[in-house]
Design a protein around this ligand. Sequence first.
Ligand SMILES: C[S@@+](CC[C@H](N)C(=O)[O-])C[C@H]1O[C@@H](n2cnc3c(N)ncnc32)[C@H](O)[C@@H]1O
Length: 218
Amino acid sequence: MDETLVEHWDEQSANWIAWVRRPGFDSYWTYREDFFALVPAPGFATLDFGCGEGRVSRDLVHRGHRVTAFDGSAGMVEAAREADPEGTYLVADAAALPFDDDSFDLVVAYNVLMDVDDVEAAVGEAARVLMPGGRLCLSITHPITNPGERDSPYLESTRFSEAVVRDGLPMVFGGWSHPLSHYTGALEKAGLLIEALREPAWKDAPTPYHLWLRARLA
Ligand SMILES: C[S@@+](CC[C@H](N)C(=O)[O-])C[C@H]1O[C@@H](n2cnc3c(N)ncnc32)[C@H](O)[C@@H]1O
């Protein structure tokens, strides 16, 4: 696959917007209250890291956070701006953020890190823009789903592209299947200490679908 993941998500932006904005359709509608229980109270400044069409930003603003948001896809950012004209939404690369060191006390990366080309660079940038003691809260697709869903060896990092049509909505999901240690290794290297981990149940599935972490910059 030659295209970057930002190119992939930009091409999919219209499908993604229809997917996530259909009420009750995507798992975020089920999960968001429990995920936000892991997110610290509003503080100085919050960064929505890989904001997509902006649903997490809008929910953070609703909860009192002062939010700056970015995504690599211009199509996603345009939709986020349309939905929230007062908000601050930038087109930027997770691996080279246009923010000074120590700019935020909270970074929220909801279902982004399995969709970036370079996890270590993205987590390094999240840590760089965090103040000491600041938090990174993230959700990823649980790596335990990799072998079954993607037919890939658990310990290998494998790029995937998966076309789905559900209830008439088409979507091509693109990203990486990484083992858990790929993410925790990036946190460790960036000086981010895990202080909370959740494996929320997904309906009556035998294994969790998402993994949530809160990490603190030492
Ligand atoms: C599954 S979507 C999640 C979007 C949003 N957080 C949400 O939950 O609705 C993943 C997002 O990561 C973005 N992304 C992937 N690689 C990126 C990069 N290198 N820099 C910035 N954004 C990136 C994609 O454009 C896409 O919008």
